[in-house]
Every structure is written in structure tokens, then in C-alpha cells.
Design a protein around this ligand. Sequence first.
Ligand SMILES: Cc1cc2nc3c(=O)[nH]c(=O)nc-3n(C[C@H](O)[C@H](O)[C@H](O)COP(=O)(O)OP(=O)(O)OC[C@H]3O[C@@H](n4cnc5c(N)ncnc54)[C@H](O)[C@@H]3O)c2cc1C
Length: 418
Amino acid sequence: MVMAKAVEVLEQVKNAKDYGISFGEATINLEKLNARKKTVTKIHVGGVKSLLEAYGVEVIQGAARFLSSSLIDVVGLDGIRRGLKVRRAIIASGTASAPAYLTGDTGLSIDTDQLLEVSAAPPSILLIGGGATALTFATIFSSLGSKATVIEESDRVLPEIDQEITDLLQRELKKNKIQVLTSAKPLRFFEGSGGEAELEVEVKGEKTKLKAACIVRTARLPNIEGLGVLEIGVALNDHGGIMTDAAMETSVTSIFAAGDVTMNHLSTPVAYAEGLVAAANIAGKKATINYSAIPCWSNTIPAVCGAGLTEAEAKAKGYAIRIGRFPMAANGMATVLGRRTGMVKMVIDEKYGQILGVHVMGHNAPELVHEVLLAMRSELTPLDIADVFHVHPSLSEAFWDAANAADGASINSFSPGA
Ligand SMILES: Cc1cc2nc3c(=O)[nH]c(=O)nc-3n(C[C@H](O)[C@H](O)[C@H](O)COP(=O)(O)OP(=O)(O)OC[C@H]3O[C@@H](n4cnc5c(N)ncnc54)[C@H](O)[C@@H]3O)c2cc1C
């Protein structure tokens, strides 16, 4: 996130001349940026440590392994081995980068942890996987001067976000010289030459070789190896993560799982929610997880964010729908900021007026979407959003306008038939 913020600041600095501000050429020093990243991480890890101490939680740093459902073996970083008897446990061991798996990849690719440590932007970077992480890194390294390419096996990137928005995003990425190849299956690595490795890729049925100085794997696998969970009978789900019920309890009674290790949705807000549900149930309350309106976002420039159903998904589910659209170009604050690219799109159930999905591309999109997420979780309608006073000018107003447009009467854009 610090890196994504840095390239956004760089963009703003480059656009400063539009406000009559001029100074010398702006550049990013990656080593100093990495130092800033470490400081931010240190502050927040320190904060969590203090909270745990304040709550009286004993933290043992080490590698844990279940010997049975009630006995955990921990080899501590201090070298001490402990046997912990437990009545209940939550597995929250997260994910790790998938190891190199393609033929010929004898150390020719790196993972995202290694990418975060590079001290200089490579001349060219190829990211395998068109998820949010890959697109964000492509944006970052492109801004830092790398020629960036993303390859995605399916026919489009970010399938949780409405295709109208991801098509817009792909167009913007292309304008920013970021190449995104969809329906592109990575096949095998070759040594290459001149400091570049080669990746053979099948794009829409045709084989081609892509060269890059840095090739990055973005896939993740659940951290279950060596944890002993399979041995004690914990079942896995279709994604290879730990299977749970709605109470976040695994197939072994009294063992719960939460966060990325479930492979349900690899993001912090979902990890928080699952952890809270698991903890509540362990504390004797009755809680179940509610996965509605999970945001999916990417810190590209411009950023995108979506939650709930896409237009295609809503139609496939048999909903009669109407759409509320609003272009960022008609939003006053977007113009003030010089960030007029993008749009808000709301998918509305025609029958009850419920907001089924919200999808947006625009500056600060992941910060702005929360009022609609609240509306979706509370089963509100666009009229409820339209009824709220929105600060003018503000980027949030675009949601107000989209909500009004859903009812056929946006003030700031032409609504035929209004
Ligand atoms: C490059 C990158 C960028 C990301 N950016 C974002 C973002 O901007 N926003 C967002 O919401 N999400 C982001 N994510 C995802 C986010 O990091 C995860 O969703 C979140 O950290 C999941 O939390 P967790 O507690 O489940 O797992 P983790 O945070 O991975 O924590 C798991 C912990 O368990 C430990 N562990 C594993 N095995 C054992 C064992 N056997 N014994 C003891 N300890 C063990 C691990 O060392 C780790 O400390 C990003 C992920 C990556 C890889």
C-alpha cells in the first residue's frame, strides 16, 4: 500500500503544473521508499503487539503443529519446544506464495515477497495472474519506469468486478502502457539472454514467448503444510483451504479456522470478519459469517472497487434489474482533482429496489465505496442513498448521482425520460 500511495503521489506531483506549481523532476528512490514501508509496518505490528499485551494474551513465537485436536506442539523461535493443551483453537495461518511450478523455472521467477524487497525497478516486469495484487504491482512498477505486462489465464481480470468497469480499467492500463494479456496460459520458462528470462505463453490458442527482466508469481497457497491439520482430520474445501461451516468451525469439533487459510477470500476485511465470528463462538456466543457485499478492489491508477453482483451475475440469477450509472467526468471534485476517468455503476433489483451490486472505477474508489456497502448490507435502496445530503463537491457525490440515475433522475448527468 505504501508503494501504491507513493506512485499516486508521484502522479500528483507530475500533474502539479496543472495547478501552476512547478519544480524539478520528481523521482522515487526505491530504497528510501522501502525504508518508509518498513517504518509503517513496524508501527502497526508494534500496535498489535501492545494490544495483545493489554488484553493479557500470551504470544509464543514459533512453528505450531497439531498432534491431536487438543495438543499442539510448538517449536519456539527461542529454541524451546512446548506442548500446548487446548480445548479450542483457531487456525489462522494465512497463505504463502506458491512455489515455482512451471517447467524450466529454475529460479527464473520470484514471488511477491521478493518483489517487495527489490532495490531498483527492473527494466521490464511480467506478472503471472491478473488479480488485484498483480494489477497493483504492474501499476507501481510501470510508474517506476518498468515495462509492465500482466498475463491472466481467464478471459478477463478481476471477475468479481463488473465487466463494464474492468473493460474501462484495461483501456486505462493500456493507455498507461501496461500490457494485460487475457486468455493467456503460462506454459514453460526458458533461460533467455541479456538479463531477461523467457516465458512461453499460450494466448488465445497461439504460443508466444514473452521476455522480461523480472517475472513474478502471484499465486498463493494455504499455509497448512507441517501444521498437522490433515493428520487430525481437518477437511479442505474446493479451493484447497480449510473448510469451515458458517460458525467458522472446521470438520473437527472445537477447531476453528479464519482468514486466508480458508481460501474463501484473500483479504484483510474478510479475515477480520471470520476471526471475529470464530472468537465469538469460542466465547460461547452464537455467530455466523455473512459474506454479502465483500469488496474486491485494486489500487491501480485509476483504482477500481466492486461488491455484490455484477450485471451479468444478476441477470444469470434471474433478477429483473435496472442500472444506475454516473461518469466521474461529471463529478465536480473529480474535475478539481484532475481525475475525471471512471464511473460508478449500481446494479438494482427492479422488484424490491435493493442494491445488488456496486462497481466503480475512479480516484480513491476503494475509500469511497463504503456508504454503498452499508446500504447493501442493510438492504437499502438507491432512494435511501439519494435521500442523504452529500458534501459538494466531493467524490462521494458520484454515488449520490448514480443512485439518482438509478431512479431516472440524476441532476448532474442526462437521464433520458426523467
Ligand atoms: C503482496 C500482497 C498484498 C496484499 N495487499 C492487501 C491489501 O492491500 N489489502 C488487503 O485487505 N489484503 C491484502 N493482502 C492480503 C492480506 O495480506 C491477507 O488477506 C491477510 O493478511 C490475511 O490475514 P490472515 O491472518 O489470515 O493471514 P496472515 O496475515 O498471512 O497471517 C498468518 C500468520 O500465521 C503464521 N503461520 C503460518 N503457519 C504457521 C505455523 N505452522 N505456526 C505458527 N504460525 C504460523 C504466518 O507466519 C503469519 O504470521 C495482500 C497480500 C499480499 C500477498
